[in-house]
Design a protein around this ligand. Sequence first.
Ligand SMILES: [Zn+2]
Length: 86
Amino acid sequence: MNHIDESAPAARLNAFLATDPRDVGCERAMELLHVYVDVVADGGSQERFAGVVAHLRACGPCSEEFDGLLDAVSEGWGGPGVPRDR
Ligand SMILES: [Zn+2]
């Protein structure tokens, strides 16, 4: 009988498997964020950015960074409903 306590490694493996394999990681996400935000603001296809989307879903700080960029990009439009007070 093979009774080895593997609870800790198993938990770590599960955490690893729960991570989206497409997740590009913080560094790469930050590199692509300003490109991706333009695509989102433009209403373009986000399929090429699946790795970034996966990362933003998993990473709070990067997701906040993205929200901030999206706000900035939207303001840059000066479109209706976006008051510019400068
Ligand atoms: Zn991140």
